[in-house]
Design a protein around this ligand. Structure first.
Ligand SMILES: Nc1ncnc2c1ncn2[C@@H]1O[C@H](COP(=O)(O)OP(=O)(O)O)[C@@H](O)[C@H]1O
Ligand SMILES: [Mg+2]
Length: 319
C-alpha cells in the first residue's frame, strides 16, 4: 500500500532523511519509531505530498507521490504533527469547511461528518468552538478530519503527543479500532506507543532506518547480539590480548574503571565463553570481580540509538 525506495531529503546542506526504503502492506499498522529529529515528520510530509523529496521514489496505493499528488491526497488521511486547527471555528463548521476543500458535495459532507463524529466520539462537542476543547478532543477532531473522505491510508504524526494518560489511552484505542478498516502508518518517539498499537515497527534515527520488523523480530535480533562484560585487574595490554585469544570472542573493547579493566566482549552467537574467561583470569592470577552476560532489550537498544543520534547530530550534514 505504501512503497518507499531510496528516499532522501536535504534541507539545504542538512541531510534529514538518508536513503530510506520500506513498505507497508494493505491493512497493516506500522509504527515509525525514532527520537526527535530522526526524520519521521519529514518522511511523512513527503508521503502526503506536503513536501518534495530530494531524491528517491515513493508511492501510496499505486500512485506516485511526486507526479500524482491529487490521487495520493485522495487516498490518504493525514494528521500532521501539532494538528493545526482553527480555534474560532466550531467542530462541525470546521469539518464542513474541510469537506468543501476536498470537493465533497453538501449531502456527502453531512453524511461524512455524521460518520466521523460517531467514529471519533465527537458527540456533544460537535457544535463547540475548537478553541474551547481539550487537547485530547482536538486530537479527535484532527482524526475526524483525516477520516472525512474515508481514505484507505492513515498517516498519523505523533498522534498522542501532549495528551494526558487518559487521553492517550482513548486515542490509542481509537487508532486500534481504525486499524481494522485502514492501513496506518503512525510516528512516535516513544517505544510503548508503538508497542501498544502497532504490528510492526520501523526504527529510524539520524535519517537512517536502523531496524525493521515485528517487535518480536527486532527483539530477537537485538538479543542475538548480546555481549559479555568482565572486570579484570591486570596489565591492560596483556589482559586484552589474552581475551582476544579466547575462542568464541569476536571483539574486545577495554576501558579502565577505578583500577580495573572493564572489558566488553562481543561473543559468537550461541556460545557461552564465561567459563573460559574465568579460567584465563585464574591461570594468570588476575583478580576477576565481574562477569556477566548483557542481554540487550529493545528499550535499551532504543535508548542507545537515541543517544547515538544525539551525539551524531551535526555530522549528518553534507560536506
Ligand atoms: N523545514 C525544515 N527546514 C530545515 N530543517 C528541517 C526542517 N524540518 C526538519 N528539519 C530538520 O530535519 C531533521 C529531521 O526533522 P523531522 O523530520 O522533523 O524529525 P522528527 O519528526 O523525527 O522529529 C531534524 O534535524 C530537523 O531539525
Ligand atoms: Mg516530528
Amino acid at each position: 500500500m505504501i512503497q518507499v525506495k531510496n528516499l532522501t531529503k536535504y534541507y539545504g546542506p542538512h541531510l534529514a532523511v538518508d536513503n530510506i526504503s520500506f513498505q507497508v502492506g494493505e491493512g497493516e499498522i506500522v509504527g515509525f519509531l525514532g527520537p526527535n529529529g530522526a526524520g519521521k515528520s519529514t518522511t511523512l510530509r513527503i508521503l502526503t505530498c506536503y513536501q518534495p523529496a530530494t531524491s528517491g521514489a515513493a508511492s501510496v496505493a499505486g500512485f506516485d507521490v511526486f507526479t500524482q499528488s491529487m490521487e495520493v491526497r485522495r487516498v490518504i488521511g493525514y494528521l500532521p504533527e501539532g494538528n493545526p486547527l482553527y480555534p474560532e471555528m466550531r467542530v462541525r463548521e470546521y469539518l464542513n469547511f474541510r469537506g468543501k476543500l476536498r470537493g465533497m458535495a453538501r449531502d456527502q459532507r453531512a453524511a461524512a461528518i455524521k460518520r466521523v463524529s460517531d467514529r471519533c466520539w465527537l458527540g456533544e462537542f460537535i457544535d463547540r468552538p475548537i478553541g474551547h476543547l481539550s487537547k485530547g478532543m482536538k486530537q479527535r477532531v484532527g482524526l475526524a478530519d483525516a477520516l472525512l473522505h474515508d481514505p484507505k491510508v492513515l498517516v498519523l504524526d505523533e498522534p498522542t503527543i501532549g495528551l494526558d494518560p487518559t487521553q492517550i489511552r482513548e486515542t490509542r484505542k481509537l487508532i486500534s479500532d481504525l486499524a481494522r478498516q485502514h492501513t496506518i502508518i503512525l510516528s512516535s518517539h516513544i517505544l510503548p506507543e508503538v508497542e501498544a498499537v502497532c504490528q510492526r515497527a520501523i526504527i529510524i534515527a539520524g535519517g537512517k532506518i536502523r531496524a525493521a520488523g515485528t517487535l518480536n523480530e527486532i527483539r530477537d535480533r537485538i538479543k542475538g547480539a548480546s555481549r559479555l562484560i568482565a572486570e579484570i585487574r591486570g596489565p591492560r595490554q596483556e589482559v586484552e590480548t589474552a581475551i582476544r585469544g579466547v575462542s568464541g570472542v569476536r571483539s574486545v573493547d577495554a576501558t579502565a574503571v577505578d583500577g580495573w579493566n572493564r572489558i566488553r566482549m562481543e561473543v559468537v552467537e550461541g556460545q557461552d565463553v564465561r567459563e573460559n574467561i574465568a579460567g584465563l583470569a585464574a591461570r594468570n592470577n588476575w583478580p576477576l570481580r565481574e562477569l556477566r552476560l548483557e542481554v540487550g532489550s529493545l528499550e535499551e537498544y532504543f535508548v542507545q540509538i537515541t543517544a547515538e543520534s544525539h551525539t551524531a547530530r551535526g555530522r549528518g550534514t553534507a560536506a
